[in-house]
Design a protein around this ligand. Sequence first.
Ligand SMILES: [Zn+2]
Length: 357
Amino acid sequence: MINQFFPSYTIGADAYDAVPGICGAFGKTAVIIGGEKSRAAAEPALRKSCEGKLEILGSFQYGDNSTFEAAAALEAIPEVQQADMIFAVGGGRAVDTAKIAAEHLDKPIFTFPTLCSNCAPVTAVCVVYHPDGTFCKVWYRKRPAYHTFINTEVVLHSPRDYFWAGIGDALSKQYEVLFSVRGDKEVPYVRGLGAQIAGNCSDELLKYGRAGMEAFDSGRITEDLERVIQLVIVTTGLVSNCLTGDYNSSVGHAIYNGHTEVEHDREYLHGAVVCYGTLVLLTMDGQYEARDKMLAFCRDLALPHRLADVGESLATAHRLAEHASTKYDLDQSPYTVTLDMIEKAILELEELSRDEK
Ligand SMILES: [Zn+2]
């Protein structure tokens, strides 16, 4: 038996008005789980839309990282146990923690992304960290959230860095997925479908990303902004749900996962590091035309394209390649990706921006 789920979602400045109609079929009570800032951003409008129709039993901080420990703490809260459904509010880590708790408690979950930064709201996959912040594992629910409500007004008022880095993360999808499936002789129906959808993800972002960023910066909800939000949250999620884990990522995410294992001068956002890693992938694989197009886009939007942009240097390049080369993200590749190949690509990419200030 195959169970295949696709993201179902509502997008708009009034997206929360659809909550009672869609969630009402699953019960009468809900709890809100999220981060402090995200709940402050979304909760007033969400509660208002539920008034007289759905009872909110409580609102809880998810923890401080997506860990099994944080999920277990949520599972122990009486209101969470009593509620008919869980409303997960926030970015990737808050949503993933709530997804784990909801799965353990066997409750329907609905997601309310407050950031446009990744596909966590619409996917079954949860990225789990150790309490010390290092990467633990990728963990799967049986299904993604039942429905996602994207309030564009809330996203528009989210921190710029997350929106910017979200574009960087989504840019990886097309290149990583198509690289991962390239070696397959037999492509099952759903995987082929995922690869087809991935095939226009980065192209669309390269085309509309700047206009979306400009709309965000000027505080306007435009078609370009809505398109970028849907590319970052929905298209990438659609692809993720069609592919098993190791097909969904490659060198870009291996670089990020390796990057988390070393202390840096400051925090670098997931999408920002993945963006850099994707340029490494395209360089390593000799996809120079695509690489140069993405590199020009990254320069235009000041997205990471040099070691220094992600807190690394020529002195740490070998170590970064070494950490990346051991990651599961590389398991599904058309050829064996070695430490040497990654390091060589890092140095080759660096050379292209040598004269940049
Ligand atoms: Zn990612």
